[in-house]
Design a protein around this ligand. Sequence first.
Ligand SMILES: [Zn+2]
Length: 500
Amino acid sequence: MLIKPFSLIVSCQAFNNEALRDSYVLAKIALAAKNGGASWIRANGPEDIKGIKKLTGLPVIGIYKDFESLKKSEAFITVRKWQIKEIIEAGAEVVAIDCTRRPRPEPLNELFRFVRKNYPSVEIIADIADLEDVKTVLKLKPDYFSTTLTGYTDYTMNHKKPDIELISKIKEITDIPVIAEGHYKEPRQVRQALIYGAHAVVVGTAITRPQVLTRNFYDALKDFSYNTKVLGVDIGGTWIRMVVVDLKRNILERFKFENPQEKNEIFSEISRVVQNLGDITHIGVASAGRVDVETGIVTFASDNIKNWSGVNIKNEIFKRTGLIPTVDNDANAAAFAQWDRTKEENLVLLTVGTGIGGGAVVNGEILKGKNGGAFEIGHLIYPLNTNKCTCGKTGCVETLLNGKSLKSAFEIKDKKKIDFISEVYAWLIDSTKMFVDFDKFYLTGVIKFYGDEFLNKIRKQYEKLSVLNKGEDILFSTLDEFGGAYGAALESLYFGGESK
Ligand SMILES: [Zn+2]
């Protein structure tokens, strides 16, 4: 076996239309890769192979890309005997052959026989796209399989990139070593591939194609200008609040409307604002309920906004404004606004109103979960509580802690009830500490009306629960009622990309 276990192989290739298309330049890149720890190079065509071998002295996996076959979407990596001959004569110790089940100019078994007969010391890598390919090729006994073509054939287009699990699936049916290749971008993926049974790994674009790497950075900044102006929108049960924010995160304007409780009217209202302002370049939306951040679909909302479940916020806004918004749950957006202000790596924000919303920033990232439902801690069930909740469950802690319950206790100055509520708050905060070892826990919304005296009560109760608990870690947030809208605008600045 020529390729040693745990080898890092770097693929050094450039097409004719690419700036680095020059055998000497590619050899230099290969040399740089060698200096970084690569022990093999994968290269295309006899000229590059010769140049790389001469300059680096490294062994080479040779391929020959057949552009005629590529144009026809057929198998195209080293698919003809004369190509095999040329790259082996250029010095390739190992040859990789496209073994996908696409149409091909010469039968695969002939190519294998050609190598085995004429070049017995040369090893063969079968470049495959999926497990079915592996099964088809097994009888030809390649020396290695490589997952090179996964994601590139029409039958694997939708596979994960990189498809690391494919490695373990192949290992289940054969002992032939598997090389991990195709879409590997990060060191941790390479590590995972080895854990899943890969023999060695090939990394290409992420190391050797600076134009692609440049594009990633360019894409991250090209939508910004001095004219960047973000509309942050917070769609709540009663109010729709908006802020206009510039690139430096200054709030230029803030306004609010009563929620018309009708989907089309809500979006018409937003698009009217965008039209009136005339110079909005980005939109960020925060919404009550659970929101799928990728698709922009509200996956679950209570009746606080009528018929809101299932609405696709991204599509609706894009249809009316031509801008693709970032979308998130309102409490997540508010937690992010808090993070932007105070920068704790780990913080929790609880918004108290009609219901209770929770958002958390953990290790500097907003915790979202599968449907944006992570950290809905208002719906933890408090022991022995039998109150019905708007979410359909019985006993949610929000039924004890919401604005209404606070109001009724404080209006009649019911000391016992106020004590009880502060105890339950402390319980919720202490429980939260077990999920997220937060630096600070922020409270916002109507709870702030009840002032420092009430806050101190909660702090004392919290300290009573554990010697590790520090009351000073619980604070009122300085965010105002526009915190959610501001956070939505910030999410668009930080995470939104090209918006037109
Ligand atoms: Zn609930």
